[in-house]
Design a protein around this ligand. Structure first.
Ligand code: UDP
Length: 194
């Protein structure tokens, strides 16, 4: 199997380079994809929230984000090749989007933060198309926000609502999209905003 089970969370065994290759090809094929980057905090949270555990089960890929996951896998004698930091994956996906002229949507963080993040992304990755952005302070069940994202026809959707909200948003709204690679990115927009 290509998965490693840690406390019922099924991590993917790929290296970072393999993960990027895989996601680049899924982007090319317009294959809908739900990515979770999971650290020990997320694994522990899922133990006591069965709804969140079900959300993790809905993910196509669970990426080991954090040395604690790599260490846990080693102790369980089911080693994972390497840590893949969520922020690194985000940057690599932006680079792919830049090469392939993809549509990217930024959902989350405070209005001024996401706006600044978008300004910086456009400067660093001039060939990708920011097809839209929206702040992250709304009810996750809100259909209006999901509709805005859908109308923008994104190839990539970065959701920065913090966990567990960002994964819940993806799980709830994913079925109504025809394409898109969706990934929860926590506090990354704050970093991109500089
Ligand atoms: N955030 C948001 N809506 C919310 C709660 C948080 O947009 O309802 C944003 C917040 O502004 C920050 C990001 O989520 O940019 C991540 O927050 P945090 O660092 O607490 O999450 P973590 O990285 O631990 O998942």
């Amino acid at each position: 199997s290509n998965k490693v089970n840690i406390l019922d969370v099924e991590f993917d065994k790929q290296t970072k380079a393999e993960t990027i290759d895989l996601l680049a090809s899924r982007l090319k094929d317009h294959k809908k994809t739900f990515i979770v980057t999971a650290n020990p905090e997320i694994v522990m949270y899922a133990q006591r929230d069965s709804d969140y555990m079900a959300t993790l089960r809905a993910a196509d890929y669970i990426i080991p984000d954090g040395a604690g996951i790599i260490m846990g896998a080693k102790l369980l004698k089911r080693p994972l090749p390497e840590r893949v930091a969520g922020f690194d994956l985000l940057k690599d996906l932006l680079a792919v989007a830049n090469c392939e002229y993809l549509n990217v949507f930024f959902l989350g963080a405070k209005e001024d933060v996401v706006r600044k993040a978008v300004t910086n992304v456009k400067q660093e990755y001039p060939n990708l198309h920011v097809c839209g952005y929206h702040h992250g302070y709304f009810d996750e069940k809100d259909e209006k926000v999901a509709e805005i994202v859908k109308k923008a026809e994104p190839d990539l959707v970065f959701v920065a609502l913090g966990f567990p909200k960002q994964e819940r948003w993806i799980k709830i709204h994913f079925p109504q999209f025809h394409k898109g690679v969706f990934m929860g990115v926590g506090g990354s927009f704050d970093v991109l905003a500089g």
